[in-house]
Design a protein around this ligand. Structure first.
Ligand code: ZN
Length: 187
């Protein structure tokens, strides 16, 4: 009889963490080697070239913004892990969460909650990954400007992720997804 460890991922048995070296945590790993290009590519932008400083100066459609607050705004990630992958950014060009003011922290939190409710309503997702990568060593693609990821998850999404990430149709889909979320966003 085949004996399995108790952990499974999409029906595939995995080794129990206790059998391996390392520090167990609650995070699910998204192994995305193709993103290394994005992470390793070139220098970090300064304030003048920063895409998160530039986005609010463009139209919502051009910059894929779904909502603008007083201190922070919400836009679709150009490099989504999943359809509806949103980023919450302060307008200020700050690198890490501890540099944010109380007002910025409060609004990033509020916008994150509204984003979750809105994405849940339009996409019926089963869960979310939410978090901030602080610094390049932690995997931040644009480490100079703080941004919180909101990644909707569906029960079977990991099976489709490489297909979704590789598709050439993404720019058009991103525009459609932006419109759908922006229309459902409570004003
Ligand atoms: Zn910036």
């Amino acid at each position: 009889m085949t004996s399995y460890h108790s952990d499974e991922f999409d029906g595939v048995p995995t080794d129990a963490a206790a059998d391996l070296a390392g520090v167990p945590d609650a995070f699910q790993r998204l192994w995305t080697p193709h993103r290394l290009v994005y992470i390793q590519h070139g220098q970090q932008p300064d304030e003048h070239a920063c895409p998160f400083c530039r986005a609010p100066q463009l139209s919502d459609e051009q910059s894929l913004i779904v909502a603008r607050g007083e201190h922070a705004y919400v836009l679709l990630n150009l490099y989504p892990y999943n359809s509806g992958h949103l980023l919450v950014c302060p307008y200020r060009h700050i690198a890490t969460y501890d540099e944010a003011t109380a007002d910025e922290v409060a609004e990033i939190g509020e916008l994150t909650q509204v984003a979750m409710r809105t994405v849940k309503e339009v996409s019926r997702c089963d869960g979310f990954n939410i978090g901030m990568n602080q610094g390049r060593i932690a995997g931040a693609g644009i480490a100079e400007h703080l941004h919180q990821h909101i990644v909707p998850r569906w029960a079977l999404d990991s099976n489709f992720f490489p297909i979704i990430a590789g598709t050439k149709a993404l720019p058009r889909l991103l525009g459609e997804v932006r419109e759908e979320i922006a229309e459902a966003w409570p004003r």
